[in-house]
Each structure stands twice: as C-alpha cells, then as structure tokens.
Ligand binder design. Structure first.
Ligand code: TRP
Length: 335
C-alpha cells in the first residue's frame, strides 16, 4: 500500500444550483474539523455537473462561487487542498479505466440514476449513467480513507468500495477502500415544504430550501412558512416531522440538544419557535455571507487557490495513475 503519514479525506460538491443549509450543516461545516488530523481534498466537481445541461457562463460562475463558499464556510486553503475537478485530468482518465471494471447492472441499480433519468427524460446521456464511476475515480485517485457525504450518496460510495475491491483483487493492492462518514444528527436536513423529502438545492419550490446566501429577511420568511403539523407543542416525536426537522436545524445552528430545545420552548407556540430558528440560522450565516462577498470580489485570489489546489491534487493523482497504468499493462512512451 502507498505510504501515507496522514489518513486522507475527500469530498466533492457540485457547482450546480446554490448550496443550501442542508449542504452547510450536513457537509461543508463539518469538513473543517478534519484538517488537523487528515490530509483533506475538497473538490468542486464540474465534470459531474455536465451530466445535466449547463449554461457555460453559469457553470463558470458557480464554480468560482462554490470554491468561495468552501472558503467562506471555514475551509482554509492553506490547510486543505481545494480544487476544481476538471483541472486535474486524471479524474476523467481514471474514470474511463474504472468504467471497464464496473458492471452495467451495478450502474442500473443506482437510485440517483433512476431519479435523474426520470427527471431528465430527454437527456439520459451515458455520463449520467456512469456518473458513479467518475465519483469512484475522484475518491480512489487520492487513496482516500474517509468520505464525508450525505446519506443520499451512500449507495455511490458503496459502489466505489466494490470497484476498489474488485480492482485490488484482480491486480493486487492498488486502492485504499474508502469508508463513508455520515454525520449523525444533521445528516439529513429535510425540505421546509415537505418534511418527508430531503432539502435539495434543485427543488423548484423556493420555500422548500434555505440557501447559505439567502438574506436574513428571506430566511426568516421561509422558516415562518415552513410546513408543520396541526399541533402546538415543540416536541421531538414521530408524527411531527416538520417540527422535528426545524428542531434539528435549530439544534445544529445553536449546539442545543433536542431536550434543551423542548424546555426552551415549553409553553410557547410554533410561531415563536419558527422565528427563533430563522434568527439562529441567519445569525450563523451572516459571517459566511460577508466572507463570501469579499472572496467573490477577489477573483485573482480564487484563481490562485485553484492553481495551487490543482497542483497539489495533481501530484497525488499522478502517483496513483502511474501505479494503475503499470498494473493494467499500459505501456510508457519513453523519451
Ligand atoms: N455525487 C456527489 C453529490 O452529488 C458529489 C461528488 C462527486 C462527491 N464526487 C464525489 C462526493 C466524491 C464525495 C466524494 O453530492
């Protein structure tokens, strides 16, 4: 196995749509915890984004925005490798190789493929189908030990593990087999309009999602309109899915436990509680938003981060690629 003095963390965020508090609480915010102990790679996965049709100018802008958001959420580019997927060509290269070790049947069973092809019936392209092998390539390129992801990505991660194990069993130890890391309490932030559905950045209903960059008045309004049951007590119990979701969000922003929240709002109504959730959320996001605005005004800095990140990531990726090429039997052009 490849020598490493630190374990490796890798995760990716798509530059499609605008990130929600689900992405923030369930993913990005927790990423900062890892940078002392692990070697961390965080990637803006623009190649994944083109599996659905993108307007080039929007894709370009969102790539900058996603990188800026990573940094604004607390990921220090000096302590983490922040980079853009298409800047490291080994991702696409390894994805092709892994395609040849991934079965049609396996890809057909991916629930995200089934969902996305139902939604994009006029553009069920091969990239949408092989998306999980590109994701496996992202992860395996860096000999990743741990992948922080939302529960919706667990199936893709399991496939990445299967591909790694399959490759290793044919060619001998080549890839580290990665483990998922799913933060418990806030793994799943649900839609404010339908608490049985995950909060998704691509939801057409504006009121379903709160975005990291929403202004305070919008945040307060969205929480005010959040769907709850007809009861009146702030209690964390089944049947009160809307309230449970709001309590989880409030807990995630304030660090309070569900018990503490129940006590705090004992005898108080939904209206007061919703306002408190909105304020806690807006207050916590305010510094992220101002940092984001500053970064977006400094393209040169962002480009510098991109360049350094790509160089760092590229160096690690080349090591894995040369091992893979050798194992498979690809030749080298010696000059
Ligand atoms: N598929 C992930 C998503 O849609 C994004 C992603 C791409 C990713 N490559 C990754 C996540 C590698 C973790 C690791 O959310």
């Amino acid at each position: 196995m490849m020598y490493k003095d630190k374990k490796v963390v890798f995760s990716g965020v798509q530059p499609s749509g605008v990130l929600t508090i689900g992405n923030y609480l369930g993913a990005i915010r927790n990423f900062t915890e890892f940078s002392d102990e692990y070697l961390c790679y965080y990637c803006v996965v623009d190649e994944h984004a083109i599996t659905v049709r993108q307007t080039p100018a929007d894709l370009r802008r969102r790539t900058y925005e996603t990188l800026a958001l990573y940094i604004a959420c607390g990921l220090d580019p000096e302590k983490n490798t922040l980079f853009v997927q298409s800047h490291v060509s080994a991702h696409a290269e390894l994805a092709w190789i892994l395609d040849c070790f991934t079965m049609f049947g396996e890809l057909s069973r991916m629930t995200q493929f089934k969902d996305k092809s139902a939604k994009n019936a006029d553009n069920i392209n091969a990239g949408l189908f092989t998306y999980p092998t590109l994701m496996a390539a992202d992860i395996l390129l860096y000999q990743t030990d741990m992948v922080p992801v939302g529960v919706d990505q667990k199936q893709h991660l399991e496939l990445a593990r299967d591909i790694a194990e399959r490759f290793n069993s044919v060619f001998g130890d080549t890839f580290v087999v990665p483990e998922p890391y799913i933060p418990k309490a806030t793994a799943k932030i649900m839609s404010l309009a339908d608490p049985s559905k995950k909060m998704s950045k691509s939801d057409e209903n504006e009121n379903a999602t709160v975005r990291i960059l929403d202004p305070k008045d919008v945040i307060i309004r969205k929480f005010k309109r959040a769907v709850t049951d007809s009861g009146s007590e702030i209690k964390y119990e089944d049947g009160k899915e809307g309230i449970k979701n709001l309590m989880s969000i409030y807990g995630a922003f304030t660090g309070k436990t569900m018990d503490e929240i129940e006590k705090e709002f004992d005898g108080k109504g939904y209206g007061e509680f919703k306002l408190a959730v909105g304020e806690a959320c807006a207050d916590k996001l305010a510094p992220v938003q101002s940092e984001f605005a500053k970064l977006m005004n400094d393209k040169a800095y962002l480009e510098d981060v991109m360049a350094k990140g790509a160089e760092n990531a590229g160096r690690a990726a080349v090591r894995t690629m040369s091992k893979v090429r050798r194992k498979i039997g690809f030749t080298e052009a010696k000059r």
